[in-house]
Ligand binder design. Sequence first.
Ligand code: M6R
Length: 363
Amino acid sequence: EKGNHRHFMEKEIHEQPEMIGRTVSHYVDAFENRVHDISGLDFRGASRLVIVGCGTAAYAGEIARYWFGSLARLAVEVEIASEFRYRDPVFLPGDIALFISQSGETADTLEAMRLAAAAGVQTLALVNTAHSTIAREASLVVPTLAGPEIGVASTKAFTCQLSALACLAVLAGRHRGHLDRAQEAGHVASLLAAPGLMVRAIESEDEIEKLAQGIAGYPTVLYLGRNQYFPLALEAALKLKEISYIHAEGYAAGELKHGPIALIEEGMPVIVIAPHDALFDKTRSSIQQVASRGAHVIALTDPDGASALAGEAARIVTLPSGSQLTSVLLFASAVQLLAYHVAVYKGTDVDQPRNLAKSVTVE
Ligand code: M6R
């Protein structure tokens, strides 16, 4: 039931603090600030983690790639299932393969998993539906606890996937000797604090809603981000496309000069995910480059970023600042709300967008 929400998507966006909290609680010991060991999962001898999924699930994997690399020095390959399964993929000794799927029934993801299993690779399934085919066939299930997701546009399943992946990256970091006790405790504490921060991020909804009108009238929108916020920019663009039918592209901010800056013209909305982190100055210079060419810049940032950007970005949305693992969750809720309000403004069928199905069980 939608309760007092207009759409399931809106309800599911608002449920996220609770659901990411549930998911993190499943993986961590909140008294010791440690990630639980998972029987049958050992990252010590892993040479590589291969992550496969479709759509939003694949973007969750792309984001996690940054975490496994930096916390655990574990090489990660992320691929969309429809490409992976038909390219005769190479498996290496010591590979672990992780398949991400909300429904657990996506045909391409399932077939990709069968391919890895046939090659003798350990298959992990990060699924939201416990009784699904992918869950049944995997060697090990790592769950998300998002509850049933009804809206075709994935929201809470995505942030729960990220929450679980963050826990797994911390576990890998410990297994591989790259995180000491205090570092692990710091990451776990930050994940436990994420629900509270996300409640505050979602409080920006009224402000975000006001930006929707300026986007709804434009035929194309560009999303920019760096580092883990680059795949989030891809996810943000997908969300807008799916429910508002506006063409949108996500780009790594560092790629601007390699092509997409040619698209910029007066008034074009450019949404920049700009946390005040080590790469902030680079992101800021991207903002300046598009703003000087007339783009209508909307910067999603945190309090430090907001003071640095004052006067530079046309619109600034200030979210709470999170950690290396949690700030992407906060920005995710903001880009979901933005897509949602653009779609509501345009009057589309938010929960059942045209041409899309919730679960893609055929190729
Ligand atoms: O059920 P799955 O997670 O396997 O589904 C994968 C994609 O079909 C799904 O994420 C799709 O991209 C969503 N409509 C995104 O909002």
